[in-house]
Design a protein around this ligand. Structure first.
Ligand code: ZN
Length: 262
């Protein structure tokens, strides 16, 4: 069987037969692949924990007729160690790998830039560098932006003017002014827009400062809520805006993100 070398981040694994696993891997140069790790579930597997989710490994892979086969794996980043014992880190890491998985189902093309983004996010989670939710939301926004779905945050998507945005429309792709806002658009304030900008730019100084202030629990920067009796029929909270953005453009719900909301 022909062999190829690459490095990859393990997204998920499923059991195969009695002792094997199928590993879904986001690779740097071959996009998303699925490969069999033979004997991976035996106690003395030569792969050890190297092919568990959130691990980054250097790989030698044999091209098979139906499925590729992992021939060798050595650890480049044991990110799982800092993630699996921390519930928040684990949930947010799950959002990241699930988003990457879905994104590559849509792309079907190698993207070293996407790979670097995912590795950076998982590595940051593992090292507890920032608020875990900030890391996963920033990853999701940036990964989708890199794939072509970048929200417009600098000016109203309808008139292009930079006057104060009051709403965010997911289908229209960004912020809207008071004149142009559509009924489905969610209310958003300056703080919400500033947060989205920081997430999209990976502006950790701003995100960490907001997180440290803790005014909004380091999450969504919720705006003033409108009572149920108010005449505005649109959702106000944009706490799940990033999740909805991903769901809309990837045309699939991100199941792990649901857990973050619960
Ligand atoms: Zn406008």
């Amino acid at each position: 069987m022909p062999l190829y070398k690459d490095e990859g981040l393990v997204l998920r694994t499923v059991k195969l037969g009695e002792a094997d696993r199928i590993i879904t891997i986001l690779t740097r140069d071959h996009g998303k692949i699925r490969a069999v790790a033979k004997g991976a579930r035996r106690p003395k597997s030569r792969f050890g924990a190297r092919l568990e989710p959130f691990m980054r490994a250097s790989l030698l892979i044999a091209t098979g007729r139906s499925l590729d086969v992992v021939s060798q794996a050595s650890t480049l980043g044991a990110y799982a160690d800092g993630i699996v014992n921390d519930y928040d880190a684990y949930l947010n890491a799950s959002v990241i790998v699930e988003t990457a998985d879905r994104l590559f189902a849509a792309l079907e093309e190698p993207s070293p830039a996407q790979y670097r983004l995912a590795v950076g996010a998982i590595s940051a989670l593992s090292r507890h560098l920032h608020d875990p939710r900030d890391i996963s939301e920033s990853y999701v926004l940036r990964a989708l932006a890199l794939a072509g779905w970048r929200p417009r945050l600098d000016a109203c998507v309808v008139c292009g003017e930079t006057r104060k945005p009051v709403a965010f429309s997911i289908p229209a792709g960004g912020v809207m002014c008071a004149t142009d806002r559509t009924p489905e658009a969610r209310r958003i304030g300056e703080r919400g827009v500033a947060r989205l900008r920081a997430l999209l730019a990976g502006d950790w100084a701003t995100l960490d400062a907001a997180s440290a202030r803790g005014a909004d629990g380091g999450s969504a920067g919720a705006e003033t809520t409108v009572s149920a009796a108010a005449s505005v029929p649109t959702p106000v909270d944009h706490g799940d805006l990033v999740e909805k953005w991903a769901e809309y453009y990837l045309e699939r719900p991100i199941r792990s993100a649901r857990l973050l909301d619960s």
